[in-house]
Structures are given as structure tokens and as C-alpha cells.
Design a protein around this ligand. Structure first.
Ligand SMILES: [Zn+2]
Length: 155
């Protein structure tokens, strides 16, 4: 098992001039918006936080047993089924999957990192490939999710 980079457990979480945490709307809550453009493959942000075994609303999974919480930005990333970013949980970086414009809301696929979600939810990302109901990669849809999917497929 690799140990977390030094900045991952830094006590002082630095503000990043390139990012803002903003309230998107009622249903989506908080999100992260860029303040400048990034090229495909660019490291958008290096993150730090508290590493432990606990899953909470804004934690992200590092590996089979560890989660990072208390991060300045990445805990507020929105989910997208066709995301513009991905999280590198070895290097502790947020990387652009395509060109990202200034002012764009950053998205990651929660199922890329999370075995289980703190809370499953109906997705409204608008991607043609939207999966509809979002759950972790090692769990199926909850009862609520199964009911949601049945209703969607009946419609
Ligand atoms: Zn979606």
C-alpha cells in the first residue's frame, strides 16, 4: 500500500485561486466551478484532507479501506456520468479529462472511486449516457433506486 503524499495530511488547506465552491441550485447543492481554463490532461488541483476509514457525505475513497474527508474542494465535486475530470487517488490530484472552460462546473464519476455511496441518488447530469440512478461500484441500486429505475423504465 502506498502512503499518502505529504500534502494529503497537511493541516493548512490552501485556497486555490483557480477554483470556487459555489451553490449550484436547490437539487444539486454545492459544486466546484473553475476560475480559468484547463487543457486536457492538466492537473487542475492537488488536494489534501484527513485520511481515515470513515465514509461521510463529502468523503472520497482512496483505496479498499481508506477515505479522505475535510478536503477544501474535491468533496464538493458534482457527479457526472460523462465527467470532465477524474480523481487520481495515488497522486492526490484532480485531472482534466477534456478541455475545461473558465466558469465550468467540474464533475467526476462517483462510481470511479466509491465502492459504496454515502447516499445513492437520481442523476440529472444530462449526458446522453446518463445512468439515471447513481450507486457505488461494489453495490447495487438501493430499494429506492430500484423503484426509481422501474418507474423510469415504465415511462
Ligand atoms: Zn448522469
Amino acid at each position: 500500500m502506498t502512503s499518502a503524499p505529504e500534502w494529503a495530511t497537511a493541516q493548512q488547506l490552501q485556497d486555490d485561486d483557480a477554483l470556487d465552491v459555489v451553490r449550484l441550485d436547490e437539487s444539486r447543492g454545492l459544486g466546484v466551478r473553475t476560475r480559468r481554463a484547463f487543457a486536457t490532461g492538466a492537473v487542475i488541483h492537488r488536494f489534501a484532507g484527513v485520511v481515515s476509514g470513515d465514509i461521510c457525505q463529502h468523503s472520497l475513497q482512496i483505496d479498499a479501506t481508506r477515505h479522505i474527508s475535510g478536503t477544501r474542494y474535491i468533496g464538493y465535486l458534482s457527479h457526472g456520468c460523462d465527467p470532465n475530470c477524474r480523481l487520481d487517488m495515488v497522486g492526490f490530484t484532480l485531472v482534466a479529462l477534456r478541455e475545461v472552460a473558465s466558469g465550468e462546473v467540474l464533475t467526476v464519476d462517483y462510481a470511479d472511486t466509491e465502492d459504496r455511496l454515502h447516499r445513492q441518488f437520481a442523476c440529472c447530469c444530462g449526458a446522453p449516457a446518463c445512468r439515471g440512478w447513481i450507486h457505488g461500484r461494489r453495490e447495487g441500486p438501493s430499494e429506492e433506486g430500484l423503484a426509481w429505475l422501474a418507474e423510469r423504465d415504465a415511462g
